[in-house]
Design a protein around this ligand. Sequence first.
Ligand code: AZC
Length: 801
Amino acid sequence: MTDVDLRTSILRHLTYSLGSDADHATQHDWRIALSLAVRDRLIENWHAASRATRAVGAKRVYYLSMEFLIGRLLEDAIVNLRLEDEAQQALTGLGLDPVAVIQDEPDAALGNGGLGRLAACFMESLSTLGVPAFGYGIRYEHGLFRQSFEEGRQIETAEDWLTQYHAWEFERRDVRFKMCFGGEVVEEGGKPVWHGQEAVMAQAYDTPVIGWRGRWANTLRLWSAQPLHGFDLDRFNRGEYAAAAEPEALARTISRVLYPDDTTEQGKELRLKQEYFFTAASLRDILRRFEAEGGALTDLPKRAAIQLNDTHPAIAGPELVRLLHDEREMPLDQAIATARGCLSYTNHTLMPEALERWSEDLMTSLLPRHMQLIERIDAAHAAEQPSRSVSLTGDGEVRMGELAFVMAHKVNGVSALHTDLMKKTVFAELHRLHPDRIVNETNGVTPRRWLLSANPRLSGLITRTIGEGWVDDLEQLERLEPSLTDPAFLDAYAAAKRANKADLADWLAAEHGVQVDPDAMFDVQIKRIHEYKRQHLNILEAIALWRDIKANPQGNWVPRVKIFAGKAAPGYFFAKEIIRLINDVAAVINSDPETNRYLKVIFLPNYNVSLAERLIPASDLSEQISTAGKEASGTGNMKFALNGAPTIGTLDGANVEIRDRVGARNFFLFGMTADEVEARRAVPEHAAQAIAADPRLSGALMEISRGTFSRRDRHRYRGVVANLSGADYFLVCSDFTAYWDAQRRADAAFADADAWRRMAACNTARSGWFSSDRTIRGYMADIWDVVAVRSGLDEAMQPPG
Ligand code: AZC
């Protein structure tokens, strides 16, 4: 199938795979035909990669994650296979609009936010680097909910990406495992044996993940839950139609929905089932592969590095011990040591509510043998510590963070500051006991998706200036340094940004009916809505600015467009209030003829990966304004810097490292440090003090209180104002004045167009370190002890010449 040109292949697939023809094909048909034609080009590389792995008996990385926020796959594959020109020609030749065909693909939204997107970037980097790896997760029927607004309020509806034909996956009918829940543990022949009560099948679906230039491809293996037994014909024939379908419906529940929050209170049991389901199926698969290849079980750590993405797969510890000890008769101590040799754990948050804890009762009823093993692991660990200060259980709960820590040989944080705080706070005691276990691996993002593909204008300029080597060696962006004083380069740089902004302005007008001036500053905050991320600080500043402009409409204002996007967890009331407030403020400000030349506020619905790809290249200013100490790393911050949007931000997460690299002059720093935050919180009435000291802040709050943004309902935001002027746990008020000042510094800088474009270009040139390739190399050396493998395709895939 790869011996023909892309156009022929598209037409063949349209005819023979889809049973359609060029005269009647819909956009969807063309997109699927193109996807299949592109897919054909990567299958052989995919197979070659697994052959090469087996041939050298290479150690593999297994990345276990509840979330993979992969977004669209077609464009990624086209770019990584270097098929852009061929695809463009083929589609235009067929009378199609290439952009429309590619954008017809729905986002695969199998994740909530940062942690899931990181997993997707890591998968791409693993393939680019030629590291044998599997990603393991759940094939959710419904990904993250779709967001719309009704009178400014967030409305959630089910997302249904799988109702469309999914061209990228392969069902593996030969890879199925029976997973059990509940039941009891009984002694049989002197051994504990778990007899589960309920069972479902885990069915594997594989998606190839192709690396840069197609040199290597790994597999994303997602599990779908299916009933153990087929359809109950007996019951059906008795007329019990619903009952006949029941087992299937129950089984499928497990892979039905992605939880829209990591901290959900609802459906705890289902969530734990999901976690066990995919973790245990993955471990079964890993052991099956290991055993098929041969070797002593104690050598498992030499062949398998299993990364736990947050605590969601933390049940892997006891499950692997169970598989080795109960099912393969390895002595318990050795089973624990062997499991620990394989496992490592990434922590993504210090927020106490996100560190999972399961009630012992639930654990005992759902996973009775695991509860016993957790107690054994706890006892073995306690024996190592004289003070016995750390326990895996307590207050009737199992502490999954501690369990993951104890069962891992390495535990990593995701930015320097976060890792440091982890050592001092959540894992202080465990760190004292195991001082070598915690390491830092600052996050990164894949430059193929986030620069090369999302921003063709800028990436074209970079390639013309320093060659193409930067694409898989991002630190080569340093070589732009001499161009930062070259007016011709800076002109071209500014022109690329201006064109991206004009495209965005056109899209905003066409899709959302809002008019914006492409020469205004595009000030963008896109991420999950959370109090710690402080979207409300941003909107307060907008209100204050609006009031200032109204007081002095003839002033020399720098025009701004404030763009927000992001979803709030359906059960997170306050976050949803923030969304509504922003929408309400936008409605008032945007229709004010006195100010709307200078200030617009837009909240775009249904934030997802492809919206981020559209917005980031067209942004001027990146809002990274979390309360210091709360944002573990951030990865959006890196994408903006890379695409030439300087940050306005606090010393939090990876912002610290971004500022170190791009230079303090190219970063708008404000706000309290993590230590100052702690001290400030102890000050009685800190919010009231801050409000009394800043008339702009008190004015903005007064404006909300008096109902300016409340439509018919004056007290709508009483709760928001009470929270901000009362407890204000995230210190919005205490950081407001510093934020305002930093925004005015940004205005002044933006008004000097020459200085601004240099600052933007500096951000691009100095962000090369934030590639996920660099992060993965760190994991390889510090955590996994794996090396890359060559597939023999390297030369074959080089472009001619
Ligand atoms: C996020 C962190 O909030 C973000 O700071 C980080 O960049 C990202 O992980 C990747 O490390 N966390 C999550 O998405 N979810 C949880 C449970 O922390």
